[in-house]
Ligand binder design. Structure first.
Ligand code: HEM
Length: 144
């Protein structure tokens, strides 16, 4: 279980960068095409971001069941690290991934898809940035 946990935490930690890079490119590409007619497939980073964030969500979900930083009990709310991962991180990331899923599926059906994707992905990016346990937040998170 230890090796499995190690692989997953490292994958989850590293994937954050791929998610952030893909999101940033998707947001720039859709910004450049805002207001135009077209197909969301023209901005490939939008699909890549959708796949990467859902993958990150799945890894996070497994971690939620095996990590010691997720605990339900008397110390859930009093311990900063446990509260962060049990409540704040999971909830905010869940909302962010939901926004990316909604944004992607709405933009697939729209004739002017880029604004929709841009708006949803931008809000998701902000939520993700404020919900990552960056090392300077003293939540035991690493850079990689
Ligand atoms: C885009 C979405 C997400 C991003 C960018 C993200 C990013 C991260 C990062 C950077 C860490 C710290 C890794 C480290 O420093 O070693 C982390 C830890 C964690 N994440 Fe996420 N996460 C996301 C979604 C989720 C979701 C949806 C869940 C649960 C449902 C989740 C559960 C966890 C747990 C339990 C940990 C603590 C793992 C441990 O160290 O024991 N994450 N996440």
């Amino acid at each position: 279980m230890d090796a499995f946990y190690n692989i997953l935490t490292h994958a989850h930690s590293g994937l954050r960068w791929l998610v952030l890079i893909a999101l940033f490119i998707a947001i720039s590409q859709t910004f450049a095409k805002r207001g135009k007619f077209g197909n969301i497939g023209e901005t490939k980073a939008v699909l890549i971001t959708f796949i990467l964030t859902n993958l990150q969500f799945l890894v996070g979900l497994i971690l939620y069941f095996i990590s010691e930083k997720v605990q339900f009990g008397a110390n859930t709310m009093s311990n900063d690290i446990i509260r962060f991962f049990t409540v704040e991180h999971a909830l905010m990331m869940f909302i962010a991934v939901a926004l990316i899923n909604i944004g992607y599926s709405k933009s697939k059906r729209a004739t002017k898809p880029f604004n929709i994707s841009f708006n949803f992905y931008l809000v998701a990016l902000i939520l993700i940035l404020i919900s990552i346990p960056w090392p300077f937040r003293d939540l035991g998170g690493q850079w990689f």
